[in-house]
Ligand binder design. Structure first.
Ligand SMILES: *Cc1c(COP(=O)(O)O)cnc(C)c1O
Length: 377
């Protein structure tokens, strides 16, 4: 829910137009919760979730490391005060000249998931550390990241072996169990594969040091989610189960779980209408939609809590849509969203849990609507 600081900011500043307000106190609390939940893991904040400079500066000052996907994200993390040795180039899909630029900037930790990418890293970042991403099924996640990234464990063995042959340091294995992952056993399944890669390579004398356990830690939307501590316990017991008393260095890359609940979007009802006099379902058009930052409503995957000043009275089903002239700009239709019957054109609505994956997904000027404004307080 929106913090009092966010509500006070909106009440006193009254920013015009849709905007995201992020409360840094919540980000700080989330960082501490991850530290407490997994005290032996290093935290690499996934910059793509929300790269606002204030957030990056806070996390850099708290000692966080950063998972980046491009030269621009590397530079943002460095500008925020993170030294190169606290930044990984975690995208498995990189141009060779971007790898070279990252290497110039001092980055020495790279993600790969195929021999072709290893060859690029070997040429452009000689001697660097690489970790190989293995596929996961994304089962249990509301925003799965399966298929596109990673390879099967047997191939990961070949990939890391080729890294050694090409003069790189085969450093470890990574996976991502899928974003908004609420199944605590997902890490156990992925660690089974990671351990297999460790063991097979050890038989050849290649000793890996690190498991990158990715992101996936959820934000509470409409349903309750397990707390960070529960994730910590499940992950630690899975590490024990697979690695015994020789648990390698581990890192986590929270994105959504670090900033999702720190942000609230303020939006306004532009129109409420029906398609026929006999329809039960109202169409509610907001001044923000899929192209204004709510891209994760794609396939109605992420269902945000929506709060209005009229909550508490009778509610009825609504199709929720954005303001642009694209018929894809509909957030919730297959599963209509219940909103107060008294909701009126001009009302303000708060869309909660929107600190992650909103501002950067907003289009530049589709239909002339400016990108989502953001205030970090
Ligand atoms: C997006 C991403 C993350 C963050 O995932 P969340 O589910 O938001 O925590 C972490 N690692 C990598 C490699 C990613 O691509």
């Amino acid at each position: 829910m929106a913090t009092q600081r966010i509500l006070d900011f909106l009440a006193t500043r009254r920013p015009a137009g849709p905007c995201l307000v992020v409360d840094l106190d919540v980000v700080r609390d989330n960082y501490h919760a991850f530290e407490r939940a997994l005290p032996d893991s290093r935290i690499y904040y996934a910059v793509k979730a929300n790269p606002a400079p204030e957030i990056l500066r806070l996390l850099a000052a708290m000692g966080s490391s950063f998972d980046t996907a491009s030269v621009a994200e590397i530079e943002m993390a460095m500008d925020a005060g993170a030294p190169a040795d606290r930044i990984s180039f975690g995208n498995t899909i990189k141009k060779e000249r971007d790898i070279a630029r990252a290497y110039e900037l001092g980055i020495r930790l790279y993600a790969v998931d195929c021999v072709e990418e290893v060859e690029k890293v070997a040429r452009a970042a000689p001697g660097a550390r690489v970790f190989c991403r293995v596929l996961t099924d994304g089962e249990g996640a509301e925003w799965p990241l399966s298929r596109k990234f990673g390879c099967v464990p047997d191939m990961a063995v070949d990939v890391l072996r080729s890294a050694a042959v090409l003069g790189l340091e085969p450093y470890g294995v990574s996976f991502h169990v899928g974003s908004q992952q609420t199944d605590l056993s997902a890490w156990d399944r992925a660690l089974t594969d990671a351990k297999r890669v460790f063991s097979t390579l050890a038989e050849e004398g290649i000793v890996l040091n690190m498991v990158n356990m990715g992101g996936g830690f959820p934000t509470r939307y409409l349903r309750e989610v397990p707390v960070a501590e529960a994730y910590g316990r499940a992950i630690f017991s899975a590490l024990r189960k697979h690695f015994g008393n020789r648990i390698p260095e581990t890192i986590i890359e929270p994105g959504r779980g670090m900033v999702g609940n720190a942000g609230t979007i303020k939006s306004e009802v532009v129109l409420i209408s029906k398609k026929s006099d006999t329809d039960d379902v109202r169409w509610v058009y907001l001044d923000i939609g899929k192209f204004g930052g709510l891209a994760e409503t794609m396939d109605e995957a992420i269902r945000y809590p929506i709060v209005t000043a009229r909550d508490g009275g009778a509610a009825g089903p609504c199709v929720l849509a954005g303001p642009t002239c694209d018929s894809a700009d509909v957030m919730y239709e297959k599963t209509p969203y219940p909103l107060p019957l008294s909701l009126t054109i001009g009302d303000e609505v708060l869309i909660e849990g929107t600190g992650a994956y909103t501002t950067t997904y907003a289009s530049v000027a589709f239909n002339g609507f400016e990108p989502l404004r953001s205030y970090v307080i």
